[in-house]
Design a protein around this ligand. Sequence first.
Ligand SMILES: NC(=O)c1ccc[n+]([C@@H]2O[C@H](COP(=O)([O-])OP(=O)(O)OC[C@H]3O[C@@H](n4cnc5c(N)ncnc54)[C@H](OP(=O)(O)O)[C@@H]3O)[C@@H](O)[C@H]2O)c1
Length: 260
Amino acid sequence: MTKDKLPTATPLTPKKRAILVGASSGIGAALAHRLVDEGYQVALLARRAEMLETLTNEINSKHGETRAIYYIHDVTDYESVPELLKKIISDLGGFDTFIYNAGVSNMVGLKKYDFEKDKITLEVNLLGAMAWLNQVSEIFQNLKKGKIVGISSVAGERGRVGDPAYNTSKAGFSCYLEALRNRLTRYGVHILTVKPGFVQTDMVKEVKKLFWVIPPEQAAADIYKAMQKGKQEIYTPARWRWVMLIIRNIPSFIFRKLTF
Ligand SMILES: NC(=O)c1ccc[n+]([C@@H]2O[C@H](COP(=O)([O-])OP(=O)(O)OC[C@H]3O[C@@H](n4cnc5c(N)ncnc54)[C@H](OP(=O)(O)O)[C@@H]3O)[C@@H](O)[C@H]2O)c1
């Protein structure tokens, strides 16, 4: 973790504070920059210490003060979450926004099956999210305020031949976020589900046949705008909403013949 102290928030100089899980690269790193540019202090979590350190240094030197701190964390270490969350809250002096962005895609090949890979996909994309969001939801429910953002995917909307475990993890995550929203909305807690299409990050660098690819900064800008507007669900870029409306309605007997 970085040792520098964050500037203290006072009633006259309130600070927006966000915890971002899965911050070391891609959409998470772009979002960290965007949030700090918009006045947030951020706690950045992921496994790769070097990437987190570089990102944190970049942010803090750009702003001339400590606005980001980082914590090395593997989301599959579920038991460590309650203590780590307490530590982060104490370092930040509270928090009002929680973003779960950590995700992996472990493609196994069209004719192959690999439970070990599938298990990791489910653990990172869904169980890690639940380990964090159970804790965060209880805090926000008691505070009667807070914003939760979950980075899911268009891939959660249909089961496709290419990556069944990833589809399943993101379908589960989107459903979990919807259920939390329905619970927590009555306590004034806001939940945003984000469904990106293709974003130019490490995750898709091996994937052929990409289209409508956007840079992570554009995804981050869309996510930030949606947070500001209090949206419940967005697609980034927005045109995926209409594409997915069609894809969701393709009858199964046709969909199963498609090879993507
Ligand atoms: N790129 C796309 O086209 C696309 C499309 C739809 C949805 N998404 C979703 O967007 C999110 C961000 O992905 P990205 O595209 O920006 O790819 P990325 O650059 O690979 O980012 C993935 C992030 O998740 C973190 N992560 C992975 N496993 C983790 C673990 N066990 N513990 C803690 N952190 C972990 C990574 O950090 P460490 O490796 O340092 O731990 C990294 O910060 C993911 O949830 C992904 O499913 C991406």
